[in-house]
Write a protein that binds this ligand. Structure first.
Ligand code: FAD
Ligand code: EPU
Length: 330
């Protein structure tokens, strides 16, 4: 039974029945004949194996990137197994702007559309034109355009109708040559001369200061999503907690940082059976001292219950928690 601990950044001790590398699209035709439960895996930076997985892991190793351009835009077609940050670095080196706010997000290009990765005011969906995927039911290659992907905050069709049905093989991007830098988020606003390079470097610095490096301590980034609540619920909370941070996401809804709710309850820095609520960023849980899947789930449930009890907000986990045969919910 191959170990999965090096195949997911949280690093819990778990194994799978088989791990099959997907190096070419034709491998997918052969794998799709199998009857076992299977899971598509990129770099495992948003997936946590909480126990041994009884199915087959399809490890995405598809590679290859092509660049082209016309007078107005750069176009990139990237195989889904390519590393996301490496693609961002190549664009910055080529002075192609757009991805710089999304520097240092771990994982593959193919997983980026799944939860529509976002950071520092930018979401990847802004640049995606089309996605090629292998339909595991029909056993054929298909293309979906961005308008049909149902992108939202940490959301896409790949988490719903196309979950475990679509193996994303290629992502097509368009990056306009004329665009405005996005520098309204936190420390970026202080940049005197924003440029692709300065935004890229600043984002890296912020992230290195705040987020734990999975090479040093196991983690999967933000454990929970930031809740989006109706304004009337937010106003009620604001009456009680004047300093509650928030961002207006529409005329009717407000996003509240889950890290603030969690820190306010005193969890920041706490350790529960080897799992820590990170001392620099309360939204990140870490595998601090050889924790177990059970301890992680217990701790996450405690946090979720405490947030609900105090603030009346039901946190949703952002990470994919894997059980023996399928994803589990808290
Ligand atoms: P995996 O964890 O391997 O897979 C994630 C999900 O996608 C699984 O359900 C898997 O089955 C599915 N999947 C993967 N590849 C494919 C494919 N080719 N076709 C179909 N389904 C597939 N995320 C952000 O949005 N913003 C951040 O700022 C951010 N910061 C992070 C910081 C740290 C330190 C860490 C560890 C994570 C962070 N994340 C962030 C989360 C993570 O980087 C992203 O979700 C990333 O896109 C996951 O890529 P992956 O290849 O590791 O996906
Ligand atoms: N805050 C606290 N305590 C903390 C940390 C943050 O109170 O320990 C409050 C502060 O008020 C701070 C606010 O939360 O101003 C926002 O914090 P931060 O800028 O660190 O961002 P976040 O909302 O916690 C989100 C994403 C991150 C992304 C950053 C930057 C989610 C679930 N997380 O975190 O994405 O990198 O914004 O854009 O939306 C991930 O998805 O894995 C991830 C790391």
């Amino acid at each position: 039974m191959p170990s999965l601990s090096a195949l997911h950044t949280f690093g819990l001790d778990a194994s799978a029945q088989t791990v099959s590398r997907v190096d070419t699209v034709s491998t997918l035709f052969a794998l799709a004949q199998q009857q076992f439960p299977n899971l598509i895996l990129g770099e495992g930076s948003n997936t946590i194996f909480t126990e041994d997985y009884t199915g087959v892991i399809w490890q995405n190793c598809l590679s290859g990137i092509t660049f082209s351009e016309d007078a107005d835009c750069h176009y990139i077609s990237a195989a889904s197994g390519e590393n996301w940050h490496a693609l961002v670095c190549r664009c910055v080196d080529l002075n192609i702007g757009g991805f710089e706010n999304l520097a240092l997000i771990p994982g593959t290009v193919g997983a980026a559309p799944i939860q529509n990765i976002g950071a520092y005011g930018v979401e990847v969906s802004k640049f995606i034109t089309e996605i090629e995927y292998f339909d595991l039911k029909d056993k054929s290659l298909k293309i979906i355009c961005t308008e049909d992907c149902q992108f939202g905050y940490r959301e896409s069709i790949f988490k719903h109708q196309l979950r475990d049905v679509a193996f994303i093989t290629k992502v097509m991007f368009r990056l306009p040559k004329q665009y405005e830098y996005v520098v309204n988020y936190g420390e970026l606003a202080a940049l005197k001369l924003p440029s692709i390079e300065s935004i890229f470097q600043t984002v890296i610095k912020i992230r290195e200061n705040k987020l734990p490096d999975p090479r040093n301590v196991g983690n999967a980034g933000s454990f929970f999503k930031n809740p989006i609540v109706p304004i009337n619920i937010f106003t009620r909370l604001q009456n009680e907690y004047e300093d509650i941070p928030h961002y207006l996401v529409s005329n009717t809804h407000v996003k509240i940082p889950a890290a603030w709710l969690i820190e306010r309850l005193g969890f920041k820095g706490q350790i529960h059976e080897g799992i820590q609520c990170h001392p620099q960023q309360a939204l990140v849980l870490t595998n601090y001292a050889s924790g177990t899947g059970r301890a992680l789930i217990d701790f996450a449930k405690q946090i979720k219950a405490a947030v609900f009890k105090r603030f009346g907000i039901a946190l949703e986990h952002e990470v994919q928690l894997m059980g023996q045969t399928e994803r589990i919910k808290l």
